[in-house]
Design a protein around this ligand. Structure first.
Ligand SMILES: *[C@@H]1O[C@H](CO)[C@@H](O)[C@H](O)[C@H]1NC(C)=O
Ligand SMILES: *[C@@H]1O[C@H](CO)[C@@H](O)[C@H](O)[C@H]1NC(C)=O
Ligand SMILES: *[C@@H]1O[C@H](CO)[C@@H](O)[C@H](O)[C@H]1NC(C)=O
Ligand SMILES: *[C@@H]1O[C@H](CO)[C@@H](O)[C@H](O)[C@H]1NC(C)=O
Ligand SMILES: *[C@@H]1O[C@H](CO)[C@@H](O)[C@H](O)[C@H]1NC(C)=O
Ligand SMILES: *[C@@H]1O[C@H](CO)[C@@H](O)[C@H](O)[C@H]1NC(C)=O
Ligand SMILES: *[C@@H]1O[C@H](CO)[C@@H](O)[C@H](O)[C@H]1NC(C)=O
Length: 341
């Protein structure tokens, strides 16, 4: 009873707080109608006489000609097929997601030395056709997304490492995972690359197999998401070589099975692992699964704090299996299973 009251009070307080915050931000962010040639968008003034421009969802066929004070551009949800006119040279943020861009030509990002975020999600770009020089001016780019660039079925694409090697500040790469995707030695140049998102939930992923060498040149990864990637097979020790790895998500690969856990967790004690998500990695049909000691034993000497094993049709635990859980574990989630013991 008392607990409930406390919770209510807490919720009330948080709500109030939320209201206060949103009010505060509303009063600061006013968007006014603005025009670039004949194109009407909404703009917001930001310090130093700079402008943020939102031209999303306006059925635009072309990129408007922006003034040089523009530093932030949202062009998502339009019908743009080509990057023709250049962007203003101080632009920091470009969102071109959900357009119809089929290919890049020449130097679409020429002189964009300050660009930090480039979102090309949900276009119809062919990753295999990226060419050397296309990113050569993007010295400051920290986040790049190419997800959801597949129309029909997922075919093998080539991720040209020498093209990506030019993105020396890149921290976050979100890309579709085609079968047998590799990240070649040019990726060794990306010394800041920490986050790799291949998830099929927000894009298209069909890796099938994750080989031991897939992340060989991505030694600084902290976060890996290979959820919903139709993975059947993960080679032993693939993740155990990534010293900085903290968050790993292998969820929603139904054909992996708990039998692959020993391979997935092999040498994770040598990493910085904190959270492991393995929700929905067992087949939906057939017999329920038993958690065996060997599924967990590699985790014992890690400093992991959260494990998620939801939706796995788990029914039983081998005696003593839970004793193998790591000492600093604060959360283990068995939601939506049918555990009886
Ligand atoms: C992408 O380009 C490669 C190389 O030219 C080609 O083999 C492949 O069929 C293209 N993929 C699609 C989906 O058009
Ligand atoms: C690797 O990054 C450096 C900057 O850190 C850059 O000068 C060099 O051109 C890059 N190498 C390749 C192959 O792009
Ligand atoms: C992709 O991987 C599968 C399974 O390992 C293999 O049979 C196939 O030959 C590979 N394809 C290519 C193009 O390497
Ligand atoms: C690719 O991903 C997008 C975004 O998640 C999705 O809408 C689309 O249906 C996917 N296409 C295929 C062939 O999986
Ligand atoms: C574990 O990895 C080895 C090779 O590293 C592979 O031969 C084996 O099939 C994998 N086992 C499972 C259950 O994926
Ligand atoms: C568990 O956490 C404590 C303090 O947070 C730390 O000193 C200890 O080394 C951790 N144990 C392992 C196995 O890393
Ligand atoms: C273990 O994790 C805790 C927090 O989760 C952290 O405070 C501690 O420093 C870690 N210990 C080691 C040895 O990594």
């Amino acid at each position: 009873m008392e607990k409930e009251l406390k919770l209510d009070l807490f919720l009330c307080k948080s709500l109030l707080y939320l209201l206060l915050i949103t009010n505060a931000t509303f009063s600061k962010t006013t968007w006014n109608v603005c025009q670039f040639r004949s194109v009407e968008c909404v703009c917001q003034n930001v310090p130093n006489n700079q402008l943020k421009v939102d031209c999303s969802g306006r059925r635009l066929l072309n990129i408007p000609t922006f003034s040089s004070s523009v530093i932030w551009v949202d062009l998502s949800n339009n019908l743009i097929e080509e990057i023709t006119s250049g962007f203003p040279k101080n632009v920091r943020y470009i969102d071109l997601s959900a357009n119809k861009i089929q290919h890049l030509d020449g130097q679409p990002f020429l002189g964009l030395f300050h660009l930090k975020t480039l979102n090309l999600e949900r276009n119809v770009l062919n990753i295999s056709l990226l060419y050397q020089g296309v990113f050569s001016d993007l010295h400051s780019l920290t986040e790049l997304s190419f997800k959801g660039n597949i129309r029909n079925e997922i075919t093998e694409t080539v991720i040209k490492d020498e093209v990506f090697a030019e993105l020396s500040s890149l921290k976050t790469l979100k890309i579709d995972g085609s079968p047998n995707a590799t990240f070649g030695k040019g990726f060794a140049n990306l010394t800041h690359l920490q986050n790799l998102d291949l998830s099929g939930i927000t894009g298209n992923c069909s890796l099938k197999k994750i080989s031991r060498n897939m992340f060989l040149y991505l030694t600084r990864l902290v976060y890996i998401d290979v959820s919903a990637c139709s993975v059947l097979d993960i080679e032993k020790g693939t993740f155990g070589k990534l010293r900085k790895l903290k968050h790993l998500d292998v969820s929603h690969n139904r054909e992996l099975g708990f039998a692959s856990l020993p391979n997935i967790t092999h040498n994770l004690k040598d990493t910085s692992i904190k959270t492991l998500r393995a929700n929905g990695i067992n087949c939906l049909t057939g017999m329920g699964t038993m958690i065996l000691k060997r599924h967990l034993e590699n985790l014992k000497h890690t400093n992991i704090s959260e494990i998620y094993f939801e939706k796995n049709r788990l029914e039983q635990l081998e005696p003593q299996a839970l004793r193998l859980l790591p000492i600093n574990l604060t959360l283990i989630s068995f939601g939506e299973n049918k555990l009886t013991t």
